[in-house]
Design a protein around this ligand. Structure first.
Ligand code: ADP
Length: 484
């Protein structure tokens, strides 16, 4: 673990958590994607571990749901304070296992903490409803109750904030949970779980299952009758698979799946702001986010000016190890990701796109891909049709605002869209016409604990953040009192 602990001020957070893990003959390893160094060897708990975790969660469920909202809130708040107290080390663990620049990891940890704080507060604000009855002899009302045991499956690209934004609303409203973090990035989840234990969640309320594979754990979570809800963030393909598995028991689901975000720049936009926003929306996390701008559409009169300024800004982004000062883009998560990004770029160039900057590996080996800008891209190219999940910006030209909205909507995905414009009427019309769960207007960044994050179409269902994120973990029960 030296490759990991050398980055930490207080290594005991992770070394104690590792030491407390159960012995197992099956194990799996976690590597630093920037250096290939081995960070940790973990027990592969698999299906049996998931089964045991669900059993613990279902035993704890009744008592946890029966706690007062204030008691749950106070434990969440302690978890939040512990996350803040260990923020630097959590960020370092995140960079070590995932590769993103340390400053981005710090901002992700702050974002994760913000969800925990939000739901510590929201725990106390779960209100019911009353309804005027049609007859005077009865009273009609709704109470909200936790759905029960929940299964949480998270991805590698935001390994801290995805855990926080699913687990904290579940725990806040009185659900227990079984968390299966991504196999590439289980260490920050392990550390967050250790801090939650310190914060005082009772045994069985928050259970962690480490596994080298999602499938066996997912199968148990979907098949176990005690699990009442699955919350998943990851690929659309796996989301579909989980949904099929949940069909037998009509399990509730929150699914946050793939995206194919359009980023539209209209001729009346503030171009400097649009360039800044596009840099953020495209290159944050090296383009490895489900809300990354995947297709940039620029109106003809400002096309050349935008491409030039955007390529210029892109050339200034430093690529390298996330621990090095000034790094803006870290390595891609693995070789497969690298191959996909390369293939998208090479095919686009063969089909007539123009390379403005980037376009290949940085260094002799590894998965550092140069931030890349392609102009003269057309809608039929694969780079403009599939989610690239890397630092590649394909820029398309459009002539007519009506045409660009239909091009932007021409995808099975519907997570995030962005556009830059100033004319008020157009801003409203375009915002309403985009078939997306979230629209960033004159901004390239919109995720917040205070707002509902989620998609439409094949980008998923359900929302995370805000009071809507708590509703996802609550059932509505209608009470009708007669003969009054
Ligand atoms: P990504 O493309 O981000 O790796 P995945 O959807 O493959 O997305 O992975 C997201 C999470 O889903 C990870 O925790 C992974 O282990 C888990 N996972 C992958 N396949 C399955 C499956 N068949 N059932 C349940 N979970 C899965």
């Amino acid at each position: 673990t030296a490759a990991l602990t050398s980055h930490l001020k207080d290594p005991s957070l992770i070394t104690d958590a590792l030491a407390a893990l159960p012995e197992s003959s099956a194990q799996f390893e976690v590597f630093d994607p920037a250096t290939g160094a081995l960070l940790a060897t973990l027990p592969d708990m698999g299906a049996a571990g998931a089964q045991a975790a669900v059993d613990r969660a279902s035993q704890a469920q009744g008592a946890w749901a029966g706690e007062t909202a204030g008691a749950r809130s106070r434990i969440l708040r302690r978890w939040y304070e512990l996350i803040l107290a260990h923020a630097d080390d959590l960020a370092a663990i995140l960079t070590a296992e995932m590769g993103k620049p340390l400053a981005e990891s710090a901002s992700e940890v702050a974002h994760a903490a913000a969800y925990v704080e939000w739901y510590a507060e929201e725990a106390k604000r779960i209100y019911g409803e009353t309804f005027p009855a049609p007859g005077n002899d009865r009273r009609m009302l709704v109470i909200k109750q936790p759905v029960g045991v929940t299964g949480t499956i998270t991805p590698w690209n935001f390994p801290a904030s995805m855990v926080a934004r699913k687990v904290s609303p579940a725990l806040a409203v009185g659900c227990t949970t079984v968390l299966k973090p991504a196999e590439q990035t289980p260490l920050v989840a392990l550390a967050l779980h250790a801090l939650a234990r310190q914060a005082g969640f009772p045994d069985g309320v928050f259970n962690l299952v480490l596994s080298s594979q999602g499938e066996p754990v997912g199968r148990v979570l979907c098949a176990h009758p005690k699990v009442r809800k699955i919350s998943f963030t990851g690929s659309t393909e796996v989301g579909r698979h989980l949904m099929r598995q949940c069909a037998d028991q009509i399990k509730k689901m929150s699914l946050e799946l793939g995206g194919h975000a359009p980023f539209i720049v209209f001729a009346d936009a503030d171009l400097d702001a649009a360039v800044d926003g596009a840099i953020q929306a495209k290159f944050r996390n090296g383009g490895q986010t489900c809300v990354s701008a995947n297709r940039l559409f620029v109106e003809a009169p400002v096309y050349d000016a935008f491409v030039e300024r955007f390529a210029e800004a892109t050339r200034r982004l430093k690529v390298g190890n996330g621990f090095d000062a000034g790094t803006a883009i870290g390595p891609l998560i693995d070789r497969a990701a690298f191959e996909k990004v390369s293939a998208h770029v090479d095919e686009a160039l063969a089909d007539g796109a123009r390379l403005m900057t980037g376009g290949g590996r940085i260094g002799e080996s590894g998965t550092l891909y140069a931030p890349t800008v392609l102009s003269e891209v057309t809608a039929s190219m694969r780079v403009a049709r599939e989610e690239t999940f890397g630092p590649v910006a394909p820029i398309l030209r459009f002539e007519d605002p009506a045409e660009v909205v239909s091009m932007a909507n021409d995808t099975e995905y519907g997570l995030a869209a962005y556009f830059y414009a100033t004319e008020l009427k157009k801003v409203w019309r375009v915002a309403e016409a985009l078939d997306y769960g979230m629209v960033g207007i004159n901004t390239g960044r919109m995720s917040s604990e205070a707002a509902p994050f989620g998609g439409v179409k094949q980008s998923g269902m359900g929302r995370e953040g805000s009071r809507h994120g708590a509703e996802e973990y609550l059932d509505m029960k209608y009470l009708c009192m007669g003969n009054i």
